[in-house]
Design a protein around this ligand. Structure first.
Ligand code: NDP
Ligand code: MG
Length: 393
């Protein structure tokens, strides 16, 4: 087992979000172990400036080009930090030679091209941005092999599985079981789901996350994306992936081996642990995070996922079986549907309708290239936006 070399130089894409800010907390709490090479935000210039002043990276990227002047002016007295803007700059920064690992903590399809560039430049990837593996799992895992880099999961379920597999290199997986909290609407009927509001959907029982993944968790699309993410991270056949609802979110996921033995990883729901594990890998770093006690959780419970009510999970399994560009269509349609729901334009159940109809309408490709994924994403957004507009209230 290789040992970790510290300090590790981190490029943190999406530093102003839920994962990004928690990653910076991990870095602050581990003095001498990590340095920050680059930071990026989409539009939150104020927080990006503060972070840049504290961590003094070699580069920052603001996605929204209209805010470049503001960030440049604020960092004018910090000549060591280059200030850039726009998606092309983001991809360039992901590939800069002065980082060891790129933590992809931006949300959505926007993670794809920077992640491709980082892998091509030989960077290890700490992957929070699951959408990248959903959209282009085959392409990304091929690139990872070709460039000999590590793809380290940050998603808590995948981190759990990854941790269970340490020392098991000789032992094939029989199956994995991804746990799901069930979200705020567990147990509701479709009639009840038709009435739920954005505010209710944004209240996750166990995790405090960005808006998009919180809606995905309420609709079970997040679990569907995670099923596809797991397939690629762990090289699984579709039928080797199960989902079980576990409302307490203490068991973060499980691996079953060929002798029937199950290994699980447990802990309080706190993303700082999987973030730290990915950044520190292969070393476990001491920390002050609150510890789990069984006595505080006398009951850990389990139930099947209701894919009849929560259609998104069934749609994601179906897109995975179809393969090709189907998961890319699923993802793009979902991004459009979630954004429309967050603008109060469509209802909760209509999100699945937009995804399902997009999957039926957008042209299927069995073996897409990177360019094909870019075109599929664009075409799907057009189709899904039209579908969402037709349903807008
Ligand atoms: P947030 O919405 O909290 O943060 C997203 C980050 O990405 C922000 O820094 C945001 O900048 C930036 N961003 C937004 N849009 C773009 C874009 N088009 N291009 C580049 N950057 C952009 O999301 P989360 O931190 O919750 O999630 C990030 C990723 O991690 C997602 O893929 C999610 O699925 C995954 N993940 C998150 C978990 C969590 O607990 N939050 C758990 C497991 C996985 P700005 O602030 O300026 O808008
Ligand atoms: Mg997760």
């Amino acid at each position: 087992m290789p040992s970790a070399t510290f300090p590790k130089r981190i490029t943190l894409l999406g530093s102003t979000g839920s994962i990004g800010t928690q990653a910076l907390n991990v870095v602050r709490a581990q003095p001498g172990r990590f340095t920050i090479t680059a930071l990026s935000a989409h539009s939150n210039a104020e927080l990006l400036i503060q972070q840049a002043q504290e961590f003094r990276p070699a580069a920052v990227v603001i996605g929204d080009e209209s805010k470049l002047g503001q960030v440049r002016a604020a960092l004018a007295h910090q000549p060591e930090t280059e200030v850039l803007a726009g998606p092309a700059a983001l991809a360039d920064v992901a590939a800069r030679p002065d980082a060891d690992i790129v933590l992809t903590a931006m949300v959505g399809y926007a993670g794809l091209l920077p992640t491709v560039r980082a892998i091509q430049a030989g960077k290890d990837i700490a992957l929070a941005n699951k959408e990248t593996l959903v959209v282009a799992g085959q392409l990304i895992t091929d690139l990872v092999r070709q460039h000999g880099v590590r793809l380290l999961p940050v998603d808590s379920e995948h981190s759990a599985i990854f941790q269970c597999l340490v020392g098991e290199e000789q032992n094939p997986i029989e199956k994995i079981i991804l746990t799901a909290s069930g979200g705020p609407f567990r147990g509701r009927s479709r009639e009840q789901l038709a009435q739920v509001t954005k505010a209710q959907a944004l209240k996750h029982p166990n995790w405090d996350m960005g808006a998009k993944i919180t809606i995905d968790s309420a609709s079970l699309m997040n679990k569907g994306l995670e099923v596809i993410e797991a397939k690629w991270l762990f090289g699984l056949r579709n039928e080797q992936i199960d989902v079980v609802v576990h409302p307490q979110s203490i068991i973060h996921s499980l691996v079953q081996f060929e002798d029937g033995s199950l290994k699980a990883q447990l802990g309080l729901p706190d993303m700082k642990l999987p973030i730290q594990y990915a950044l520190g890998y292969p070393q476990r770093l001491p920390n002050e995070f609150p510890r789990f006690s069984f006595l505080d959780y006398p009951q850990l419970t389990f139930e099947p996922a209701d894919t009849g009510t929560f259609r998104n999970l069934a749609l994601a399994f179906e897109a995975m079986r179809q393969a090709g560009n189907a998961p890319c269509i699923l993802n793009a349609a979902n991004e459009v549907a979630v954004a429309a729901f967050l603008r109060d334009e469509i209802g909760f159940l209509e999100m699945s309708e937009v995804v399902e109809t997009s999957l039926a309408r957008v042209s299927y490709l069995a073996a897409p290239s990177l360019d094909d994924y870019v075109l599929t994403d664009q075409e799907t957004r057009r189709v899904a936006q039209e579908l969402a507009r037709a349903r807008a209230v």
